[in-house]
Design a protein around this ligand. Structure first.
Ligand code: ADP
Length: 821
């Protein structure tokens, strides 16, 4: 029999497990190195896994040993029990001479077979005694080794009593010396591999009779121990798997967090860069705009002045084209500047109180000239129920209106353009305004209706050739409307016309900007409206009824005369008639002439509302006795004032013909695009007192332009080339007004203003008007904050300049300037 140390058999399972674990870690590390670069978790895993495997070795070994001890105890426990029972049955009486069919011997064989049947783990039970030849077997039951229920074949044969068996073993020697023992080394014989327990069988006197052996199949023994080890390895594998899995997960999470952090850092850097780029872009634009505006001022101003000199027709025509080109270039510049500002998120809306009627009507009026050039009727209807004073950004609202109405004029050849402003919805003090600009022009194809709101898009490129334009206007409108919390959209039919709609949000001002208390005086006053245009009739009717007047509306001169005559015959003649200028059949002048020559009708005051001022309209009005002349679309506040003037003060001389100009409220961009102003408008302030004006301007061209404009007035102008000179001049002399350029060398306009304000002691402070080519938001505020009183943006328009001078003229001059209104 060969003894095998079963411990060696068991090492392999663990070595395999440890190798696989380390291999798995190697693979995971490799994979993580590619996905989660430079990760400390993997390094940690390389530390803990070998430690775990080392500890695991002892755990698994202990599990195997524990199982072995358990089995050993079981077998060890059985051997003395069996030995004691065989002793009590009389084992000592069995000798090698006992016959094979001895009843006692058979009983013992029978007993052993039963034990084997009960204890399936035990393979064999036998007794033996020591003899000089070796171990002499005494009782050795036949055994059903293959457990098929039969005792068959050589192997399962009963051993003859006294058969010699030469096994020598420490455990056997121990049993011979009287101690039960167990041999955990596996031994093999021709029947198989075994582990055995031995127990002494004693005689009654205590001497040794024989030794009992219990064989246990080594196969089962090894399997049980291997199972116990495998169980421990399984447990360890779960821990290793969890460890490796968490290592991977932590590494990946760590890596993704790291990546995210890195991406966030990069994003922040990119954002800062982008912001810096945007800032420098808008600064660049502001500078560019300033640089371009300055020479534009020279071109437009000088052209204006040149027109006023002695020229032949061809020169005049050339100049007209120069002026037109310069003006449209300036418009383009403003568009691009606006668009970039909006794109860069730099455009901030103002929040100021403004009168919606004045704002819309004055805006539309700036387009009257362009519309009348194409013989288009431009009408403006404002819902009488709309609150008058709103809070928001009027100049941006005007900008959108100007753009849409300007397009309407551009793309329309016949018919009329209607601007309709009404309330869309109202919650508390918030009002959503809905504006509509309708034309009867060329229309837009349905598939282009959405794309026209994108930057640089035009319905088809041929429009550029025919109508000019950049395709920026509607994009700016869309952005502005969005900024004002509204939407813009359009309806159109090719060849029929287009309607643009937009909504914007405003707050309703709790206080009115301005009220006309005398308007109450008009209540109940009959008024005749003579206009061939249906839309205008409806609008005027609505306005007049809003003032509780009693309008009678007719569509032409003959009908108007008939109405006047019948009213006069009924003893209630019309005290007032509003006349359109151009009408078929009989125009407004003709109508007035007839009225003035008819003694029954003469007393009626006449007010003309014309689409555009003709060359000699004012003179004609004076001639035929028309009290006031206004341009369409009427500005309600001005119409009210005009009516009050002619009715309340019926003695008004007919030659006090009013010429309204509505551009002063507009920001530079709109005003300069649609400029129609000329230096000739200056006569209105000529009668003011001579003022002493300090003109602070570093540019020679700009100096000349301003001087030439001022020369039309009786004022005395002193020039300072920069801020320092201005302060010096101010210290020596006193001035009635200062016109101050802002960007100048040596000392800029803001500093100079601050210095002047410091020098001034008397409470009467000299008005300082900024003149600047900067057009960025906040410039106006900066100027005012520096102590200036008003702001003109370059290119300076003569009319605006005169108005500002009149506004700040000393008290006696101011009177005459206001009276003129
Ligand atoms: P621009 O007029 O400078 O080309 P806009 O952005 O103002 O740029 O308009 C874009 C295009 O939309 C125009 O070129 C024109 O094709 C179309 N469009 C705008 N308004 C009208 C309109 N009232 N009638 C017909 N087409 C219009």
């Amino acid at each position: 029999m060969v003894a095998i140390n079963q411990l060696h058999v068991f090492q392999f399972d663990y070595v395999l497990f440890a190798t696989l674990s380390l291999l798995a870690l190697a693979v995971i590390s490799y994979w993580l190195r590619n996905t989660a670069r430079g990760n400390r978790t993997v390094v940690i895993a390389w530390g803990w896994l070998p430690l775990l495997l080392l500890g695991g070795y002892f755990l698994v070994d202990a599990a195997g040993r524990h199982e072995k001890r358990r089995l050993q105890k079981r077998i060890e426990g059985l051997a003395p029990t069996y030995a004691e029972e065989l002793r009590s049955m009389g084992h000592a009486q069995i000798t090698p001479a006992t016959a094979p069919d001895d009843p006692l011997y058979l009983a013992m064989i029978e007993k052993q077979i039963r034990w084997l049947q009960i204890n399936r783990a035990v393979a064999d039970i036998y007794t033996f005694r020591k003899s000089p030849e070796g171990n002499q077997l005494v009782v050795d039951s036949e055994t059903d080794y293959n457990r098929d229920g039969r005792y068959s074949g050589d192997r399962e044969r009963r051993t003859v009593i006294g058969e010699v068996w030469t096994e020598k073993d420490d455990a056997i020697s121990k049993a011979y010396s009287g101690t039960a023992s167990f041999d955990d080394e596996i031994f093999s014989d021709r029947w198989g591999d075994w582990v055995s327990a031995y127990a002494p069988i004693r005689n009654l006197d205590g001497s040794l009779d024989a030794v009992l052996g219990v064989d246990f199949a080594a196969e089962d023994w090894v399997a049980a121990i291997a199972r116990a080890r495998r169980f421990a390895i399984g447990f360890l594998a779960v821990i290793v798997t969890i460890g490796l899995a968490s290592t991977s997960i932590i590494s990946i999470l760590h890596a993704s967090l790291f990546e995210r952090q890195k991406a966030a850092d990069e994003l922040l850097i990119a954002k800062n860069l982008a912001e810096a780029a945007t800032t420098s872009k808008s600064e660049f634009l502001a500078n560019m705009s300033h640089e371009i505006r300055t020479p534009m001022n020279g071109i437009i101003g000088m052209t204006d002045l040149l027109v006023g000199t002695n020229l032949d027709n061809q020169q005049r025509e050339y100049l007209r084209i120069v002026k037109q080109s310069a003006t449209s270039l300036l418009g383009l510049l403003n568009d691009i500047l606006d668009f970039s500002k909006i794109e860069a998120g730099k455009l901030e809306l103002e929040s100021i109180r403004f009168g919606i009627r004045d704002c819309v009507e004055k805006t539309i009026q700036t387009l009257t000239f362009r519309a009348s050039e194409k013989q288009l009727e431009i009408c403006c209807r404002i819902d009488p129920n709309l609150p008058d004073t709103l809070i928001g950004d009027p100049s941006r609202l005007c900008q959108v209106l100007i753009n849409l109405a300007g397009n309407a004029i551009k793309f329309t050849e016949h018919g009329e353009i209607l601007i309709n402003v009404q309330q869309d919805s109202r919650t508390g003090d918030s009002l959503r305004l809905r504006c509509e600009v309708r034309d009867s022009g060329i229309g837009i194809a349905p598939d282009k209706l959405d794309s026209i709101f994108a930057a640089f898009s035009q319905e088809d490129t041929s429009t550029t050739r025919r109508f000019g334009g950049t395709g920026l206007g509607l994009a700016i409108c869309a952005q502005l409307v969005k900024l004002m919390g509204g939407e813009i959209w359009a309806d159109s039919q090719k060849g029929v016309g287009t309607t643009f709609y937009f909504t914007t949000c405003f707050k309703i001002s709790p206080t009115k900007l301005r009220s006309l208390p005398e308007i109450e005086a008009l209540a109940g006053l009959p008024v005749l409206v003579v206009d061939d245009n249906q839309t205008n009739r409806v609008i005027l009717d609505e306005i007049l009824k809003g003032w509780r007047m009693k309008p009678v509306v007719v569509d032409g001169g003959p009908a108007g005369l008939a109405a006047m005559r019948s009213a006069s015959a009924a003893g209630a003649p019309f005290p007032l008639a509003l006349l359109d200028c151009m009408m078929p059949e009989m125009d407004g002048f003709e109508f007035a002439r007839i009225v003035r020559s008819d003694p029954d009708l003469q007393a009626c005051q006449l007010l003309m509302i014309s689409s555009a001022a003709g060359q000699d309209d004012h003179a004609k009005c004076r001639e035929v006795g028309i009290a006031r002349y206004m341009t369409k679309p009427v500005i309600q506040s001005q119409l009210a004032e005009a009516i009050l003037d002619v009715i309340v003060d019926s003695d008004t001389e007919p030659d006090a013909v009013d010429q309204t100009d509505s551009r002063s409220h507009l920001s530079h961009s709109e005003a300069s695009v649609d400029t129609g102003g000329s230096a000739d408008d200056a006569q209105s302030v000529e009668d003011g007192p001579a003022m002493k004006i300090l003109l602070v301007e570093d540019g020679i061209v700009n100096q000349k332009v301003a001087l030439a404009m001022l020369r039309k007035l009786p004022h005395h102008v002193v020039i300072a080339e920069d801020g320092q000179e201005a302060v010096a001049a101010f210290q020596q002399e006193s001035f009635d007004l200062v016109l101050m350029d802002v960007q100048m060398p040596v000392m800029d306009g803001l500093e100079a203003t601050a210095a002047i304000r410091r020098i001034e002691q008397s409470p009467a402070r000299v008005p300082i008007i900024a003149m600047t080519a900067s057009a960025m938001k906040g410039d106006r505020e900066r100027c005012l904050a520096a102590g200036m009183d008003d702001y003109l943006s370059k290119p300076i328009e003569a009319q605006l300049l005169y108005e500002v001078i009149a506004k700040f003229a000393p008290a006696n001059a101011a009177d005459s300037a206001t009276k003129k209104q």
